[in-house]
Design a binder for this molecule. Structure first.
Ligand code: UGA
Length: 439
């Protein structure tokens, strides 16, 4: 059992901290936000994530995890300090490293025993060399401190499961001491460990995320072509998926990838390449395709309808994917302002994301249209002229094709997630437009 401090209680930090506690380590999570710390102490998770709250409560009751704003007491005698603070995208696409720098300095000024600093945040290749140098520059006590890279591969909505049952743990270290300490920390997880040098570990994170983003953009590109040539993207994906070299995952065409990771990490890697005088053409193409795909539904519907003005528009799903309340880079954020600008009267349903969305668009952003939030999909669909599906929530998938026909004034549906079989919607009498399939 090791004493682990975790800096930052966002997705990465909090989930890591809770999972370390779950396997038996002694964990202290540090955050600057006192309200958040009190909330977590009372057993409430600041993020919506399956299983997280239950594990927080269980491990807090067992005395294996605690939360504090007092970084000094948390860091001074830790065996390892994991950094999970954000690295948000800057206007030029590069990653903002100021939060990492702040934590690195606090660590340097407070640690009183040998300590491994482990960076979980996604950072540009070479950053951890600089973090190590920075800590040495500000170090107060005569202790051994090294920095390791340990990128995170969890996805929102399945974060706890992804961490406890990860495909692999990637560790990037520059000494046997650091490698062995990290292996000890991860031993109870009993998962495959890929041990490489620090820069390769940093690159594995970007290369993995960007590859997945590329896979999605590729399928979206092919889907758009399928529509033009009369092929069906789902059948095409199925046929491709039997090839082990391609695999069956992440072949779903739709309205592009959102979230806090793929959009940010594609732009960050492209920026890193540019800084080194290299043009990363494949990743650039993935970004371009995704940009256009986001407003696909709006563009399709605009061709079919003379105007949105005065129309009741049902919107099903606001978050960037199901299982999360996160709206970052969600397709809804691109399409809804366009619809509002063109006078649509929107009735939006999302099982968990509506509150967040409402705070962003209380009455519609100075638009001609209006937006209301409803608690049941049926309220959105009742008497609607057109429906847009942005997120494949279970609650949305559960709507029977006949419900669109029976509830809507005009059963016209634009589905950005291909959740229905084309023939089922046709049989129900619904005019159904999806992605990469016949209308
Ligand atoms: C992603 C990666 O999947 C994780 O491995 C990684 O650790 C994480 O980023 C991160 O860097 O922190 P996440 O953004 O939570 O996780 O969500 P995904 O499930 O990967 O979905 C991202 C977007 O791609 C969603 O908008 C989803 O709808 C879209 N997507 C996914 C598709 O359009 N098609 C697919 O086949 C799969």
């Amino acid at each position: 059992m090791l004493k682990i401090a975790v800096a930052g209680t966002g997705y990465v930090g909090l989930v890591a901290g809770v999972c370390f506690a779950e396997v038996g380590h002694q964990v202290i999570c540090v955050d600057i936000d006192e309200n958040k710390v009190n909330l977590m102490k009372s057993g409430v998770s600041p993020i919506y994530e399956a299983d997280l709250e239950q594990l927080m409560q269980k491990n807090y009751a067992a005395g294996r995890i605690d939360y504090t704003t007092d970084y000094e007491s948390a860091y001074k005698d830790a065996d390892a300090i994991f950094i999970g603070v954000g690295t948000p995208e800057q206007p030029d696409g590069s990653a903002n490293l100021s939060y990492i720098a702040t934590v690195a300095r606090q660590i340097a000024e407070t640690i009183e025993k040998d300590c491994l600093v482990v960076v979980k945040s996604t950072v540009p290749v070479g950053t951890n060399d600089k973090v190590e140098q920075f800590i040495h520059d500000f170090l107060v006590h005569d202790v051994r401190v090294e920095v390791a890279s340990n990128p995170e591969f969890l996805a929102q909505g399945s974060a706890v499961r992804d961490t406890l049952h990860a495909d692999r743990i990637v560790i990037g270290t520059e000494s046997k001491w650091a490698e062995e300490l990290l292996r000890d920390i991860y031993k109870p997880f009993m998962l495959p460990i890929v041990s490489v040098n620090r820069r390769s570990a940093e690159m594995i994170k970007y290369a993995s995320n960007d590859f997945l983003a590329l896979k999605i953009s590729y399928m979206n590109d092919i889907a758009n072509l399928c529509e033009l040539v009369g092929a069906d993207i789902q059948d095409v994906a199925k046929g491709m998926s039997f090839d082990d070299r391609i695999g069956s995952k992440f072949l779903n065409a739709g309205i592009g990838y959102g979230g806090s990771c793929f959009p940010k990490d594609t732009k960050a890697l492209e920026y890193i390449a540019r800084e080194h005088g290299y043009e990363l053409r494949t990743v650039k193409a993935a970004i371009d395709v995704n940009h256009d795909q986001k407003t696909l539904l709006y563009k399709k519907a605009s061709k079919r309808l003379i105007t949105f003005s005065g129309l009741k528009v049902a919107v099903l799903g606001l978050t960037f994917k199901p299982g999360t309340d996160d709206l970052r880079e969600a397709a809804s954020l691109e399409n809804i302002p366009l619809l509002l600008d063109h006078g649509a009267e929107i009735y939006a349903y999302d099982p968990v994301g509506a509150g967040h969305f409402a705070r962003r668009f209380p009455e519609g952003p100075n638009s001609h249209g209006s937006i209301q939030y409803v608690s049941h999909p049926e309220e959105a669909l009742a008497d609607a002229n057109v429906c847009f599906i942005f997120t494949e929530w279970g609650e949305v998938k559960a709507i029977a094709p006949e419900a669109y026909k029976n509830l809507m004034r005009t059963p016209l549906v634009y589905d950005g997630r291909n959740i229905y079989a084309v023939e089922d919607m046709r049989a129900a009498g619904v005019e159904y437009h999806s992605v990469g399939r016949e209308s």
